[in-house]
Write a protein that binds this ligand. Structure first.
Ligand code: 5GP
Length: 206
């Protein structure tokens, strides 16, 4: 599928800082739009249906899988999460750049469907720092933190399947890196040809 917009996929073990980085990037970059995923996990804290996620029942999720409504979906930390086709294809067709914050299994599925997708993996600087970030976040019980740490070992082993890696040691540096990746993707010839097709035509560039 060839859309004028670019597709960025950001994956990371939980606690590596993916959400904060994507949020900061979205505030700085009005050409980027987030995709809102569907999940079977219940809302946390102030989360609102349709903003952070579409919170759906197992049956609703099953029905969407059955209807082939997802570009990718995966089991993550005992819940299901999926990116609907609707969440990204309309926006990309209109020329918007879309950013997905998903787990590594979803990123690999996206790459199979959208060969042009730019897949970025965020690493923590160390295991100790990852655990202490999860503890400082205060959202999860010690059991859940242990589960997230175990999953993280499996997840980081997949880094070789990604196009870029950012080590989130200093937030500002990591954000700078993320902006640089987005910017250089937009300047690629293939992306410029898709986004600025009229200029290429007017210049008689085939
Ligand atoms: P959380 O429950 O903490 O919001 O998210 C748990 C994990 O699920 C995170 O790694 C998050 O990026 C991932 N996730 C969120 N939405 C999707 C999605 O649509 N697809 C996949 N594969 N993973 C997702």
């Amino acid at each position: 599928m060839d859309y004028p917009g670019n597709l960025f996929v950001v994956a990371a073990p939980s606690g590596a800082g993916k959400s904060s980085l994507c949020k900061a990037l979205l505030e700085l970059d009005s050409r980027l739009q987030p995709s809102v995923s569907h999940t079977t996990r219940p809302p946390r804290g102030q989360e609102k249906h349709g903003r952070e996620y579409f919170f759906v029942s197992q049956q609703e999720f099953d029905a969407m899988v059955e209807a082939d409504a997802f570009v990718e979906w995966a089991n993550v930390h005992a819940n299901r999460y999926g990116t609907s086709k609707k969440a990204i294809e309309d926006r990309m067709a209109m020329g918007a750049d879309v950013i997905l914050e998903i787990d590594f299994q979803g990123a690999v599925q996206i790459k199979n469907t959208f060969a042009n997708a730019v897949c970025i993996f965020i690493l923590p600087p160390s295991w100790e720092e990852l655990r202490s970030r999860l503890e400082r976040r205060g959202e999860d019980s010690p059991d859940i933190i242990d589960m997230r740490m175990n999953n993280a070992q499996r997840e980081v082993a997949q880094v070789g399947q990604f196009d870029f890696v950012i080590i989130n040691e200093l937030f500002d540096r990591a954000l700078f890196d993320l902006k640089a990746i987005v910017h250089s993707q937009r300047l690629k010839i293939s992306a410029q040809r898709r986004a600025r097709a009229q200029i290429f035509q007017a210049l008689n560039i085939l």
